[in-house]
Design a protein around this ligand. Structure first.
Ligand SMILES: NC(=O)c1ccc[n+]([C@@H]2O[C@H](COP(=O)([O-])OP(=O)(O)OC[C@H]3O[C@@H](n4cnc5c(N)ncnc54)[C@H](OP(=O)(O)O)[C@@H]3O)[C@@H](O)[C@H]2O)c1
Length: 318
């Protein structure tokens, strides 16, 4: 099966390595790669991918690489979800199944994109938009039939976890961001991590898919970790506390309330007790109480696995 990548950064490269390592079991092939500054590549028969000038349009790229599945992994735009939403629509228009790790489209246009895919009988998957490859959307869809999700809370942003660990060592926010960038886990614009936009986009995406909320990141009451200093964090630690950037959703009489905050938690709190880049999400349900999913020290390989799991799933359902 042929796949086309739109975006070829940390995630795209990790995904290509993963496909290569699984080639004997899964004969998926990358038939084209489209980037912003590095041109466009197509795969001639029996030759490796060749990069040349950038395709004139996304429509031209999708048509020329003749893939069955398009994978959208361009940079996050938390304020409008573009141009990723247009990329996905262009793929649907040419009859392609779509997988994305980009939370922008799920946070801004989930309902419309899902409807478009359904109308065209195409598959649309987005597992790695929240918690990388750990099962979140697929867990609910495949193992919790009949439940209603009433809320959730989670520590979902790995970059701020790395930054807070650096602050605990007396280093600066900038030191922490540099470390997260070296690990390949920061957003293209890392201020989206620090200011809580990445978490707001994840919160909106979760609410849209799991709670049918039809919201955007702008509907999330958002505050990031930019005000933290090594001194403030040391004071919290001396009291057995730690800051954690937490996403929360709850159903109220007025509707669904969404919030992202740097919360001061006991170090033993479930949301604070997983270390390094680890993420945790707890989902409140009507029939199954609260259940959770935890990802221990995820990196970009786990994001690549999330894309791969969606691809295997699409191949099975073709
Ligand atoms: N890194 C992670 O751990 C992680 C985890 C979960 C989800 N994600 C999501 O995955 C996506 C990719 O992340 P990343 O870490 O790979 O980012 P990245 O390393 O910054 O790479 C972004 C890629 O997108 C390309 N791009 C940007 N705008 C484009 C456009 N308009 N048309 C075509 N290509 C475009 C860039 O092209 P150039 O190379 O030419 O600049 C680059 O190849 C993001 O949406 C991110 O939120 C990342």
């Amino acid at each position: 099966m042929k796949v086309a990548l739109i975006g070829n950064g940390n995630v795209g490269k990790a995904f290509a390595r993963l496909l290569e390592s699984q080639r004997s079991r899964y004969p998926f092939r990358i038939s084209g790669i489209h980037t912003l500054n590095h041109g466009t590549a197509y795969k001639p028969p029996d030759k490796p991918l060749e990069f040349g000038p950038r395709a004139e349009s996304i429509e031209e790229f999708i048509a020329k690489c003749r893939a069955e599945v398009v994978i959208e992994i361009t940079s996050l735009d938390p304020t409008a979800g573009e141009p990723a939403i247009s990329h996905i629509r262009a793929a649907f228009a040419q009859g392609k199944h779509v997988i994305t790790a980009n939370k922008g489209p799920i946070a801004h246009a989930y309902r419309a994109l899902k409807a478009e895919a359904t109308a065209r009988q195409l598959m649309f998957r987005y597992e790695s938009t929240v918690m990388d490859g750990a099962p979140v959307f697929n867990m609910v869809a495949n193992t919790l039939p009949g439940v209603k999700i009433t809320g959730f809370c989670g520590a979902l942003n790995s970059t701020t976890k790395v930054v807070i660990e650096e602050l605990k060592k007396g280093h600066t926010i900038e030191d922490g961001v540099r470390l997260a960038q070296q690990m390949g886990i920061a957003e293209t614009d890392a201020s989206y991590d620090i200011d809580g936009w990445d978490s707001a986009a994840k919160t909106a995406a979760l609410a849209n898919v799991l709670m049918d909320a039809n919201v955007t990141p702008q509907d999330v009451d958002r505050r990031g970790i930019g005000q933290l200093t090594p001194e403030k964090v040391a004071d919290m630690v001396s009291k057995g506390k730690t800051p954690v950037l937490v996403s929360r959703a709850r159903t109220t009489a007025e509707g669904i309330r969404l919030r992202v905050r740097s919360e001061v938690l006991d170090q033993t709190d479930l949301l604070a007790s997983v270390h390094g880049t680890s993420n945790v999400l707890m989902i409140d349900t009507d029939l199954m109480g609260t259940i959770g999913t935890v990802s221990i020290t995820p990196g970009v390989e786990q994001t690549a696995y999330g894309l791969f799991s969606d691809l295997v799933d699409i191949a099975k359902n073709l």
